[in-house]
Design a protein around this ligand. Structure first.
Ligand code: SAH
Length: 213
């Protein structure tokens, strides 16, 4: 569980690379610089943790590419104290980035094994989101409304229940599309009834699946 000078140096290079690719929000870059990504992957992948690539995690899922994490987080415009719902806890890395930015994080995972193991890891690393096991399509009715919602799996359509769990003025970032290609969509809730949707760049995420397992 060490974060060595070597790791810190690799991380700095990663952040510089992400900035060159067009991420300008220094709060996002600082958060990426702060989270020891190598501790969120299995030890055999440790030497690849600071390449700007997605990597496999347990249960056939992936930890998103750091550039993708930065892109989604920048689009989300997270501020300190914002309540943020994340769909797809996965490795816990994105949740850690949001916590570094001062958000109050609620994170939801549909795979029981990942929910359990990542919950343990986050505690060990002293990251304290509220973790939930359940179906992200339903959101968290008991904890809504949220300032921000980030979906980290590819959805076939904009999940309607999630939209309705945004505060007026809130923002949701969700990759929408087919199994093999999604477009990043920003949903802004202007007031109670008015929503504005804007499409951004293309990405590839693991699919958002209904129900739990
Ligand atoms: N944010 C994660 C990315 C993990 S990949 C990270 O930083 O590592 C996407 C995750 O979404 C997977 O763990 C997958 O099991 C989960 N997922 C897919 N559909 C879901 C749903 N309906 N509800 C909750 N989680 C879901």
């Amino acid at each position: 569980m060490d974060d060595t000078y070597k790791h810190k140096g690799q991380r700095k290079k990663l952040v510089e690379g992400i900035a060159r690719k067009g991420i300008t929000d220094t709060r996002v870059l600082d958060a990426i610089n702060a989270v020891p990504r190598h501790l969120f992957v299995e030890s055999y992948l440790e030497n690849r943790a600071y390449d700007d690539n997605a990597l496999p995690i347990a249960a056939g899922q992936t930890i998103s590419q750091p550039y993708t994490v930065a892109y989604q987080t920048q689009l989300l415009r997270v501020g300190p104290g914002h309540s943020v719902l994340e769909i797809g806890t996965g490795s816990g890395y994105q949740a850690a980035v949001l916590l570094e930015m001062g958000a109050k994080v609620y994170t939801l995972e549909r795979q029981r094994g990942l929910f359990a193991s990542t919950g343990e890891l986050l505690k060990k690393l002293n990251y304290r989101p509220q973790t939930f096991y359940g179906d992200g399509y339903k959101g968290l009715p008991a904890h809504q409304p949220f300032d921000r919602i980030i979906v980290t799996a590819g959805a076939p359509d904009i999940p309607q229940d999630l939209k309705m769990q945004l505060k007026p003025g809130g923002r949701m970032v969700v990759p929408v599309g087919s199994f093999s290609h999604q477009v990043m969509v920003l949903v802004e809730r202007k007031n109670y009834q008015d929503f504005q949707e804007t499409a951004y760049d293309g990405f590839v995420f693991v699919p958002m699946r209904p129900g739990t397992e």
